[in-house]
Design a protein around this ligand. Structure first.
Ligand code: SAH
Ligand code: SF4
Ligand code: F3S
Length: 491
């Protein structure tokens, strides 16, 4: 496994006591409070990167960095990048071209550029060679060292590459700085509970960019969730590349899986909704299925990617299960939680996929039915086993299959949304909508819901009558008594 990782990585081991150093520099900076500087953080890729970007903002706040939406306005720009598909990775280089023009404009005040995230991990030396404009390259498991790098760079004026895998040190540092930004996140928040992946699907770069599976201790997660609940967060989404592989000792109460963790989180007052993503079919254990059935705070929505419906392709992908395993698993989950809304990820045109293999994916989708889904054309990623396989499909075959699959998935999504019309659903309102007086929230099934209502209901869970659908959302109406009840609850 480790050998596999080395094919894509250029690792520099962090110097000893990295965590202590980073903490120390964050602490000193907080004491000095230098004059205001601005950081622009641009995030690509998955929710894990969204979480990491928030934590980078937390780390930089004590150094005097306020966030700005405009790179033009920034002293420091951080690109938090994604390497999952070729297009995602290439975006970084075009963005660096744009930043270079800003940075090198005559009379421009000094600007530092950091490339973080999964492209940084996978292509660190290449970034350094292709884009001399970049000052720092830091991987997903070493971004906690950003304050230290900034301090070091100010002294040495050198370029720095940090791509170590010290996940525990990272969480240790984050624990001390987490908070300032969390207050601004609104009523929903992400909590990373697990990092990395040991599954090695043959198409995927994540095991190389994020490293081995590591679970955060349950006590640290509960502490973070309590802090968020104290700040008014009503819903947490637990994040992990394989979130249901999470395992930890439960504060000395024996071994815990994700089901136990969710039950413990459900006991936190003020926290009313719990979600988790992304799950792997092989790690969906009985404890978690039982928790989904029994714990009302666990939302009836499950993102459980299957990728393909052909056993031959699932095997070539190294997914570790066949189509029948997935279908039977869904039956068990639906038996425990009949109203569960399912979501999935699919790849079309994996090497060797025939028309019959692709049709097996369509058959599986018809059998299972999904409320929402993400689907992609296979993208060849250098260094992964899939890249070296024979039978790569031509681009137009992939495009055609994607179109057919997406048409079917879209039909199912529209039907799922239509089936909620006429129901009364609890909606957690998150922010104002585009129209005056409109609020936007989420149903238990993660559907966006628009409804007219007082601004004070943001952060409240309100019973909403679903009266129609729009292309991407549900239209809802709040009954007068529902508004009164929610306002009373909020008071
Ligand atoms: N850990 C999650 C997903 C990680 S990546 C899981 O195991 O399901 C998110 C999605 O991107 C994957 O589920 C897959 O559908 C897609 N993906 C990953 N590598 C890809 C590639 N090389 N080409 C196309 N899609 C890919
Ligand atoms: Fe990638 Fe597979 Fe790991 Fe998901 S389980 S992150 S698809 S290797
Ligand atoms: Fe992309 Fe890395 Fe997430 S490759 S999908 S940002 S784990």
């Amino acid at each position: 496994m480790a050998d596999g990782r080395h094919t894509l990585l250029n690792r520099l081991d962090p110097p000893p006591a990295a965590a202590a150093q980073a903490r120390a520099s964050a602490g000193t900076a907080a004491a000095q409070r230098p004059s205001a500087r601005k950081v622009h953080i641009k995030t690509y890729g998955c929710q894990m990167n969204v979480y990491d970007s928030r934590r980078m903002a937390d780390l930089l706040a004590p150094l005097g960095y306020a966030e700005t939406d405009a790179a033009e306005d920034a002293d420091l720009v951080v690109l938090n990048t994604c390497h999952i598909r070729e297009k995602a990775a290439e975006k970084v280089y075009s963005e660096l071209g744009r930043l270079r023009r800003i940075k090198e404009a005559p009379g421009r005040r000094p600007m530092k550029i950091a490339v973080a995230g999964c492209v940084a991990q996978a292509e660190g030396p290449e970034i350094a060679a292709r884009a001399p404009v970049v000052d720092f390259v830091l991987g997903p498991q070493s971004y906690h060292r950003l304050p230290e790098l900034i301090a070091r760079d100010a002294r040495e004026k050198g370029r720095v590459l940090e791509t170590g895998f010290d996940v525990e040190a990272k969480f240790d540092v984050l624990k001390d700085v987490y908070g300032a930004a969390a207050a601004n996140e609104g009523p929903t928040a992400f909590v990373t509970v697990q990092e990395g992946c040991d599954k090695f699907c043959t198409f995927c770069v994540v095991p190389y960019t994020r490293g081995a599976e590591v679970s955060r201790p349950g006590s640290a997660i509960l502490e973070e969730a309590r802090m968020l609940a104290d700040r008014g967060v009503r819903e947490v989404t637990l994040l992990g590349q394989n979130v249901n592989a999470w395992a930890s000792d439960g504060d000395g109460q024996g071994a815990w899986g994700l089901g136990e963790l969710c039950r413990a989180l459900a006991r936190i007052d003020g926290l009313d909704r719990i979600r988790f993503t992304t799950s792997h079919p092989r790690d969906m254990d009985d404890g978690l299925i039982a928790a989904l059935g029994e714990e009302p705070k666990l939302m009836p929505y499950l993102h459980l990617p299957v990728q393909a419906g052909s056993d031959k392709i699932l095997k070539a992908m190294n997914r570790g299960h066949d189509a029948d395993h997935y279908v039977r698993l869904i039956d068990r989950i639906r038996a425990a939680r009949p109203d569960i809304a399912l979501s999935g990820d699919f790849i079309v045109g994996f090497p060797g996929e025939s028309e019959a293999d692709f049709e097996a994916t369509l058959d599986l989708v018809r059998e299972v039915t999904f409320a929402s889904a993400f689907s992609f054309k296979y993208s060849r990623r250098p260094g992964t086993p899939g890249a070296a396989m024979g039978g790569h499909a031509p681009e137009d075959t992939k495009a055609d299959r994607l179109k057919r699959l997406q048409a079917l998935l879209e039909e199912q999504r529209v039907a799922f949304n239509a089936a909620t019309v006429g129901r009364r659903l609890p909606v957690l309102f998150e922010k104002p909508g585009r129209r005056a007086g409109q609020l936007v929230g989420r149903s238990p099934y993660l559907q966006p819901v628009h409804a007219m209502g007082p601004h004070g209901l943001i952060g409240e869970i309100v019973e909403v009558d679903i009266v129609g659908t729009t292309p991407n959302a549900l239209a809802g109406e709040m009954a007068g008594e529902a508004i009164a009840a929610a306002e009373k609850g909020a008071a």
